[in-house]
Design a protein around this ligand. Structure first.
Ligand code: NDP
Length: 487
């Protein structure tokens, strides 16, 4: 068994330089073998204050640049990050657990998102209303909010950061980000690379630390004008309540339990493939993931067989091993929680067709956080896997009579993040798209997120939008301006 070497990190990246934090250290663990390989000093409230003040100091110069100039600066910094992808990819795999292939996909997407908003920096136009009164015109000015706090979870540390950083910076804000306590390293290096690539000091700062200490200090800081948060629904609700003080702006990308509906006229093999990819990608730890599958009775056996076959064939292993298709879960706690949800569900009913156990075998370190791809069929509709968010590689499947039942079941959830429907009937597709309560509906498509389209959860899955031109609205204030020519 390999033994990890322990490296210590000072913690924060503030005003273009490493900053030694004063808070309690965080251990960073390799999920493939359960070994701690880094210790990162956590930020205290005083460290967070320093970062926010650095961001506030850099605000006047950054926000007064022409928007296209901000885009050009960010583009150059991005290209520097891109030149170092081969360094970032193994680092992300080591701290997060995902396969090297998935780390490459994630980091490439993180850079793409930054570049998407660089592109928009040359395309922004505003509103103008001529002739409000004789000789009087109106226009709408958009101004940056100020210092934005970005709080990011561990499942996609860099893309979920870019979703916030890109529109925030292009709109002229400055940013202090707090990565998850378990995945600080790629984010710290990402910030350092952007800085080396020419992003001015203080425009983007990172504070490491726990959510309860560093995250809380960031949310409460009086100079913060907005919190952009991705994470669990309970923490999102707490942050929203805290942001009431000072009427801080907030966007929340929270938990989900995305339904997928497969009708009897669908391309069944393509749908089964999308279900398998949508559930087992990133070891099932994605907000947008197929978490409940409803399939028409008449085709259910064929679909279930295809998905179970795929689950059996998936190669589970360490993220950095050749041929691995699914890595370990991120933490032992997450794996235990998933195992508990599966066993509590099976205690109430349903059939376990594959998986339902931690991974073991010659290729898997005994102390790694592996959990095998799992499929459970027809558990009760009030069982844990039906009503809770399942954040790991376990898929519950239900047989349904028709589309009306499927949509009713799909909507019987506190969540409303993503959803998908597979059918060749345009009428059915349209009905599902109109009736499913969720921020995204994919029709005959894998659950891929596009920078071009706004995305945000309904119900307990969130508030506000990321992606699309719409994201910029969440990083600016509008002001109506009336101009009289004196005529
Ligand atoms: P958490 O809500 O526990 O953590 C998310 C982030 O918030 C982390 O950086 C965490 O820090 C921080 N945090 C925790 N407590 C506080 C606090 N009191 N004040 C301020 N910050 C805090 O989520 P998980 O880590 O469990 O992430 C998984 C969840 O995220 C799932 O529910 C998933 O669905 C959701 N998610 C949603 C997405 C979306 O776009 N809608 C995308 C990806 C995930 P620390 O880790 O140090 O505690």
């Amino acid at each position: 068994m390999s033994t990890e070497t322990l490296t210590s990190y000072a913690g924060s990246f503030i005003a273009g330089a490493e900053h030694a934090n004063g808070g309690a250290p965080l251990a960073v663990t390799n999920p493939a073998n359960g070994q701690v390989f880094a210790s990162v000093a956590g930020a205290s409230a005083a460290d967070v204050d320093l970062a926010v003040r650095a961001a506030a100091d850099s605000l006047p110069a950054w926000s007064s640049l022409a928007v296209s100039r901000r885009g050009a600066v960010l583009a150059r910094a991005c290209r520097h990050v891109e030149d170092h992808l081969d360094e970032l990819i193994p680092l992300l795999t080591r701290e997060q657990g995902k396969t090297l292939r998935d780390s490459r996909i994630e980091l490439t997407k993180a850079v793409d998102t930054l570049m998407h908003y660089v592109g928009l920096s040359k395309a922004l136009r505003g509103a103008h209303t001529p002739g409000l009164d004789p000789g009087v015109d109106g226009y709408v000015l958009r101004r940056p909010l100020g210092v934005v706090g970005a709080i990011v979870p561990w499942n996609f540390p860099t893309t979920l950061l870019s979703n916030k950083l890109a529109p925030a910076l292009i709109a002229g804000n400055t940013v202090v980000a707090k990565p998850a306590g378990t995945t600080p390293l790629t984010t710290l290096r990402f910030a350092e690379l952007l800085s080396e690539g020419g992003l001015p000091d203080g425009v983007f700062n990172v504070v490491t630390g726990s959510g309860g200490e560093a995250g809380d200090a960031l949310v409460r800081h009086p100079l913060i004008r907005k919190i952009a948060f991705t994470g669990s629904t309970p923490v999102g609700e707490r942050i929203m309540a805290l942001c009431a003080t000072g009427v801080k702006r907030v966007t929340l990308e929270l938990g989900g339990s995305d339904p997928m509906i497969i009708c009897d006229d669908a391309d069944l093999l393509a749908a089964a493939s999308a279900a398998s990819m949508g559930r087992f990608y990133n070891c099932g730890q994605a907000c947008l993931a197929i978490k409940r599958l409803y399939v028409f009775e008449s085709v259910a056996d064929e679909v279930i067989d295809a998905i179970v076959g795929k689950a059996r064939r998936l190669k589970v292993g360490p993220g950095d091993a050749e041929g691995t298709q699914m890595g370990p879960m991120h933490t032992a706690g997450g794996r235990d929680e998933l195992a508990g949800q599966v066993s509590r569900t099976l205690a109430t009913g349903g059939s376990l067709l594959v998986g339902g156990e931690p991974g073991c075998g010659p290729d898997l370190a005994a102390d790694g956080f592996f959990y095998m791809p799992t499929v459970v069929v027809d558990p009760p509709h009030d069982s844990p896997m039906a009503v809770e968010e399942v954040f790991g590689p376990a898929l519950p499947i239900w047989r349904v009579r028709d589309l009306d039942e499927a949509i009713a079941r799909a909507n019987a959830s506190i969540f409303g993040l993503g959803s998908s429907v597979w059918t060749r009937d345009l009428g059915r597709a349209r009905k599902a798209a109109e009736r499913i309560e969720a921020g995204y509906t994919w029709i005959n498509s894998r659950t891929k997120v596009y920078d071009e389209l706004p995305f945000g959860g309904w119900k307990s899955s969130g508030y506000g939008k990321e992606h699309g031109e719409e994201a910029l609205d969440y990083y600016t204030e509008s002001k109506s301006v009336v101009v009289s020519s004196g005529a």
